[in-house]
Every structure is written in structure tokens, then in C-alpha cells.
Design a protein around this ligand. Structure first.
Ligand SMILES: Cc1ncc(COP(=O)(O)O)c(C=O)c1O
Length: 450
């Protein structure tokens, strides 16, 4: 899916008046008829007018006619990134050439960008670095954590966690002779802990589930895991920049996260990896490259890990992407995370209320937790024809995404998303459902990316 392929939407008229609707009572007692004051578009406009975070939208380049509810997959382009990457291309690479490794500070950038990002995840500046992809970092910290608990033979993970996590955790288990134990998705702390005991070396969870948006109680799980002497890894792919995260308060051991989602670092932006300072000198990671070496330019034949978080580096970072991420992070200096979270929650509630009002009657169900405290910054709706419906939505300029078997995902990136975008997205979905526009062969064809 590319933004360039999206056509501008055609203007539509919006309902702004209270209307009489027939809907099914929540108790399941059958249809009831009532005068129901639907949330109007004007209400969404009022929310935008009072939004304390609204001005951040001006820092982004967003195409006209697009309602972008997919910042949970690929964040929008910050204006500052264009300038910074252009400078790196033309001046640092084009003119200074290899001298930029020293003169422009390229060599030290992973640690500096990690330190810049650290406050967003409740880490100390020297506890975060930027390297590789989330997948690769997960593998590094998983093996390192298992090695820190010799004699323990189990890894506990959610059965339906993001597929790459499962693949890499299974491989880490194969290499370290440990066994992967799964718990059901969305299990409560008691159910999780029934699978965790003194045989457990490491527990790895995704903080916010990529499908349902369910957010796990980080502090409670981490504390329970520590109580049996195991280590805790958090996958923050759908958390960093989306919800307040405090790894130090939770006493988390390791964490990994994405640069290209809510942080707006651009397609393929490198990942961040966190290790609690208390573990740094014990980290024995399985991909010991020269960027994690204590003396990289001595080119010694034997690996000697760098002190601190640097040892989680491996090979040469993708500099242009790293620079883009660095520039994207500048925006966060002035972001009030409490206000950001409040807006994200309010957007989730707006979407859920609108779905209840206008979409449940068409066979949609809300597949995300209704309690804001249990939800990240996305809401998923389930419908058997979800795939075609999402393609029809995208065709009309409302961009979300689809996750099999039936989930339409809508992400809220509060820095640039407006309440009216949420309202219009639901209005679009109602429209394509009521007109049957989604039921067209061109919306049934799967591209490589859904
Ligand atoms: C929860 C989760 N973990 C890990 C990843 C993998 O990230 P990457 O492909 O950058 O390695 C993703 C990607 O979307 C994800 O959503």
C-alpha cells in the first residue's frame, strides 16, 4: 500500500442532525426504537478546536483528501525529516564523504538517538540504543536473557503474538536448548503466571497487541515474573510514541521497539533496544558485530564487548534512516504525553461509540478492549468482509489496514490525526457498507501488503 496510490476522496454530505435509529439493545433483548442523538461531525470539529495537541499536525506533510489511520503501521512524514535527510545526502554524504563518520558524528549517532528516545519509554539515556530491526533486536535480547538464567529451560510467550517474535523466539529456544511455553492471547496476569515458574528463564510479551490493540499491565506482569526469578522482555512495537511507557518504573529487563510506526522515522527506520543498566555488563548477545566491539578500529580477531548498551550494536547502521529517525524525534521534545494519551483515548472512544451507533447494525463488532486502560492507540473492528471493505476504504482515501482473518485496524497517531478524520473514516465505512461498494472484484485481490 502506498500513499501515492490513494485517490482523493469525493466530497460527501455528513449527518449532523439527531436522527431516529433502530438498534439492538446491548442486553440482547431485541431491537429497540429510540430517538438517539448520534455523534455529529460538528462534535468532532469541536473536539479538534479544543485539542491541545492539534498544532503538531503542522509539523507533518500529509496528502490532501486522506484520512490517515495507519500511523500504527507507518507514521507520516515530518517536515523536519525532509530537511535533515536532504542535508545528510547533499552535505554530509555528497560533500564530506567518509569524513562524516567523525565530522557529522555518524559513528556515535545510534547511542545519541537512543538517548533522545529514552524518555519516551521511561529509560535512562544510556539504556537505549538504535540498531537493526525490531526482529533482530528481539533475537539478540532473547538469547542474552536466556544466557543470564543458566539452568532454566523455559521461555513463556503469548500464543498469538506477532509472528516474527514467535519465529525468532523459537529459534532462540532451539539454539539455547530451551522450550517455548505459550499462554493464550490476552490472558490475565493469573493465567500468565500459572505458566511461569522457577523453570522459566524469560517471559516475552508484546505490550500492545497488534491485532486487538489490547494493552498488557506492564508493571504487574514484570513484578510477577521477577518474583519467580525470571527476566522480562517487552515488545514495544505498538507502544513507543503511542502510549506512555515507563520501563524503569516497571523494572523491565529488556525491551525492543519500532522506529517507523508512531515515531515517524520512515519506512524501514531502525529499531530501538533497551537494556536495564543493571544488566549491561552481563549481556552476552548472539550477534557480536564490530559496532558492538569495545575497540572496533583495532580490528582484533577476538570479540570484546563494548561497555554498556553499545554492545547491543552489530553492523553498520542504515545512516539515512537513522538520521531520519533522529530528526523525527525532535518533534517529541514539545509533546505532552499526558495530553497525547488523553487524545488517543478520546479518539478510541469516539470510534467505538460511532461503531456502536452506526456499524454494529451492519454486522461489525468491536474487537478491541472497550476499557481505555486496556487499550493501546488503535481500535480494530471485525467483519467477515473486512478485507474488501478496507480496500474500498483505502480507495476512497481513508487509510487503515487489515489483519486476517477479519480485522479492520484503525490506528490513532494523535500528533497528526484529527477527530474529524475518525468521524469521516466511520462515515466512509458506513457509506461503503450501505451502498455495497466494497463488493467489487477489484477490492477482493490481495496485494503483498494488507
Ligand atoms: C509487535 C511487533 N513486533 C515486531 C515487529 C517486527 O518489526 P520489524 O519488521 O521492524 O523487525 C512488528 C512489526 O510490525 C510488530 O508489530
Amino acid at each position: 500500500m502506498s500513499i501515492q496510490s490513494v485517490e482523493a476522496s469525493t466530497p460527501r454530505s455528513y449527518h449532523t442532525e439527531p436522527i431516529v435509529v433502530v438498534h439492538r439493545a446491548r442486553s440482547g433483548t431485541g431491537p429497540v426504537s429510540m430517538l438517539h442523538h448520534m455523534i455529529s461531525r460538528t462534535h468532532a470539529e469541536d473536539l479538534d478546536a479544543a485539542d491541545p495537541v492539534a498544532s503538531h499536525r503542522n509539523s507533518f506533510l500529509l496528502p490532501d483528501g486522506v484520512r490517515y489511520l495507519d500511523g500504527n503501521s507507518l507514521g507520516a512524514l515530518p517536515k523536519g525529516v525532509v530537511e535533515r535527510v536532504t542535508h545528510t545526502l547533499t552535505q554530509e554524504w555528497g560533500t564530506s564523504l567518509i569524513r562524516s563518520w567523525n565530522e557529522a558524528g555518524w559513528w556515535k549517532l545510534p547511542g545519541l538517538v537512543g538517548a533522545k528516545l529514552a524518555p519516551l519509554i521511561g529509560a535512562l539515556p544510556h539504556e537505549v540504543t538504535i540498531a537493526d530491526s525490531t526482529s533482530i533486536n528481539l533475537f539478540k535480547v532473547m538469547v542474552a536473557a536466556i544466557r543470564m538464567r543458566p539452568g532454566r529451560t523455559r521461555i513463556v510467550v503469548e500464543a498469538g503474538t506477532f509472528a516474527t517474535d514467535l519465529y525468532l523466539i523459537n529459534e532462540a529456544a532451539r539454539l539455547t536448548n530451551t522450550t517455548v511455553v505459550t499462554v493464550p492471547n490476552g490472558a490475565d496476569v493469573a493465567t500468565i503466571m500459572a505458566a511461569v515458574d522457577e523453570r522459566t528463564a524469560v517471559v516475552c510479551f508484546t505490550h500492545v497487541d497488534y491485532r486487538s490493540g489490547r494493552m498488557q499491565p506492564m508493571n504487574a506482569i514484570t513484578t510477577s515474573v521477577h518474583n519467580v526469578g525470571a527476566l522480562m522482555i517487552w515488545d514495544l512495537a505498538h507502544s513507543t510514541g503511542a502510549v506512555p511507557v515507563d520501563l524503569n518504573a516497571a523494572a523491565a529487563d529488556f525491551a525492543v521497539g519500532c522506529g517507523y510506526k508512531y515515531l515517524n522515522g520512515g519506512p524501514g527506520a531502525p529499531s530501538h533496544v533497551y537494556a536495564a543498566a543493571r544488566h549491561h555488563e552481563s549481556i552476552d548477545q548472539p550477534l557480536p558485530g564490530w559496532h558492538g566491539h569495545a575497540r572496533p578500529f583495532d580490528f582484533e580477531p577476538a570479540y570484546a564487548p563494548a561497555p554498556g548498551i553499545t554492545r547491543l550494536g552489530c553492523g553498520t547502521p542504515p545512516l539515512l534512516s537513522l538520521v531520519a529517525l533522529d530528526a523525527a524525534l525532535d518533534l517529541w521534545n514539545t509533546v505532552d504525553m499526558v495530553a497525547l494519551r488523553a487524545k488517543s483515548v478520546a479518539m478510541g472512544e469516539l470510534l467505538i461509540t460511532l461503531a456502536d451507533e452506526r456499524l454494529v447494525v451492519h454486522g461489525f463488532t468491536v474487537a478491541s478492549p472497550r476499557l481505555a486502560d486496556e487499550r493501546g492507540s488503535q481500535v480494530s473492528l471485525a467483519h467477515p468482509h473486512g478485507f474488501a471493505m478496507m480496500q474500498a476504504l483505502i480507495h476512497g482515501g481513508t487509510i487503515g489496514d487489515f489483519r486476517a482473518p477479519d480485522l479492520l485496524r484503525f490506528g490513532f497517531a494523535p500528533l497528526y490525526l484529527r477527530y474529524v478524520d475518525v468521524w469521516d473514516a466511520i462515515d466512509d465505512l458506513v457509506h461503503i457498507t450501505e451502498t455495497g461498494q466494497w463488493d467489487d472484484p477489484r477490492f477482493a485481490t490481495r496485494a503483498s501488503v494488507t
